[in-house]
Design a protein around this ligand. Sequence first.
Ligand SMILES: [Zn+2]
Length: 217
Amino acid sequence: MGKDDEAPEFSGQVLDALRQPLESGHVVVARSAGVMRMPARFLLMLAANPCPCGRHGQLGEGCDCSPSAIRRYQARLSGPLLDRVDLRVRVEAVTRAELTGQEGPAESTARIAARVLEARERAAARYKAAPWSANGEVPGHELRTRWHPLPGALKEAERDMECGLLTARGLDRVLRVAWTVADLAGHDRPDADDVAQALYLRTGVIRAVPAVTGAAR
Ligand SMILES: [Zn+2]
């Protein structure tokens, strides 16, 4: 990845200005002539290296960044901004076998698109009486009152909240992702595995889910 297109290369002020439209779906511009409110629903994708040189944590390549330089670099993405990022995926360098196709063909985008369409249709059917059609649009209070996962499915998430790993906003976001995981798997409501998957996509921590909750599907 180039040096200039990574999120930590932007100023913190620019990055944090994304927080409000990410949350509300509109942007407010205040000038002397008045205040304008414009629609701004967008999908935010950020890329970042693990350190200024990009080699930290990779096998076989030396990173010579100091621990404080690595901390400063990573801290440029503020906690409040990251709190609004639902999926955080660590991407490893491409191997030679992957580059030369020795690992066999990956699943085609057409097949994946069909699966995504099916999941979106499931969600749209569920919300047909509501003013939204996708999981990402369900308001937080609706998630906590009407659209909740199976009983007991939130245990891990609640534990994360108790020890400060997950904020209240973070929990809403985990719930929306859990619904999408459930829609992709064809479940009527998210179970403990679906919530664990959503938590993993957010935190990178793999959860062991007791087998008994999986049977309650
Ligand atoms: Zn480095």
